[in-house]
Design a protein around this ligand. Structure first.
Ligand code: F6P
Length: 321
């Protein structure tokens, strides 16, 4: 492998720039040429590609988003799109493609690997929902952004003795939700992974909390869960008499300067992707398992399912007392 192409795909995540920078600089260190592909797989189809130098990735480690931009590419899901991308990879002499993104992007990577292109995946999504890895780039920053919002909301909720119902991202997973329910001291958390009963899981802990003297309340709702924040807030007001307000944090959770943890993790994962290519490995994904950065087969990685920690869910309930 002499020429590496790098792209970001799917939803952006803080720390993607640190990963791009690391792929480029580690690549150059080991004597590779590195090409940046813009707008995800679409850029590969359209030849929206340029060479990256050590300088072109300067001054980006602290920036959220992705300098390469990103997209979810429907065209890449077609055979024609895949073929176009493959022939463009040949035109630009790309021997290996580093894909930074979530599991949808990994599936795209797997599809083009079947046409003969060597691909290496780096997990990048705020949702932390990729089965094969304990950590995905952007998760820590997104949680800290939510926490910052919770602290602000808490000030006003306390002042008015209200209940805040906060809807957080995570797609079909509740990893952000369960963690911030602990760090933010929530009375209840509604998760996609668990069946939820409004009266026992939300109303009861709020009323019990009030009877113990609480002056404000917080309910975290994962966007992929059964209930929606606005409806839940309405029902809380109706059933408890406590004023409730819903806040949907939305895309603010995707932006912002990455935390130290995300920058270091992204830097390590980017470097590992290049090292894997140095070892002449093919079609791998970079993973964080047992506190170590490693790599595993792409096809195998796509089969691994992840489960949310029952311990964290339980702890969240206990600490809501
Ligand atoms: O996967 C990241 C994520 O932010 C999810 O948490 C959310 O469900 C989704 O992307 C939103 O997608 P879009 O930016 O296309 O609205």
């Amino acid at each position: 492998v002499r020429t590496i192409g790098v792209l970001t795909s799917g939803g952006d995540a803080p720390g993607m720039n640190a990963a791009i920078r690391s792929v480029v600089r580690t690549g150059l260190y080991y004597g590779f040429k590195v090409l940046g592909i813009r707008k995800g797989f679409n850029g590969l189809i359209n030849g929206d590609i340029e060479e990256l130098t050590a300088r072109s990735v300067g001054d980006i480690i602290h920036r959220g988003g992705t300098i390469l931009q990103t997209a979810r590419s429907p065209q890449f899901k077609t055979e024609e799109g895949l073929k176009k991308a493959m022939s463009m990879a040949k035109v630009f002499g790309i021997d290996a493609l580093v894909v930074i993104g979530g599991d949808g992007s990994y599936r795209g990577a797997r599809d083009i690997s079947k046409l003969g292109l060597n691909v290496i995946g780096i997990p990048g999504t705020i949702d932390n929902d990729i089965g094969c890895t304990d950590y995905t780039i952007g998760f820590d920053t997104a949680m800290n952004t939510v926490q910052d919002a919770i602290d602000k909301i808490r000030d006003t909720a306390y002042s008015h003795e209200r209940c805040s119902v906060l809807e957080v991202m995570g797609r079909h997973a509740g990893y952000i939700a369960v963690n911030v329910s602990i760090s933010g001291g929530a009375e209840a958390v509604v998760l996609p992974e668990k069946p939820f009963d409004m009266d026992t899981d939300v109303i009861k802990p709020i009323i019990e909390g009030r009877n113990r003297g609480k002056k404000h309340y917080l309910v975290i709702v994962a966007e992929g869960g059964e209930g929606k924040a606005i409806e839940i807030a309405k029902e809380i007001t109706e059933k408890t008499g406590i004023e409730a307000r819903a806040t949907i944090l939305g895309h603010i959770q995707r932006g912002g300067s990455p935390t130290v943890y995300d920058r270091v993790m992204a830097s390590q994962m980017g470097a590992k992707a290049v090292e894997v290519l140095m070892e002449n490995k093919r079609n791998r994904v970079i993973v964080f398992k047992d506190n170590q950065i490693g790599d595993m087969d792409l096809e195998e990685a796509l089969q691994v399912k992840k489960t949310i920690s029952e311990d964290l869910i339980q702890l969240s309930k206990i600490l809501a007392l």
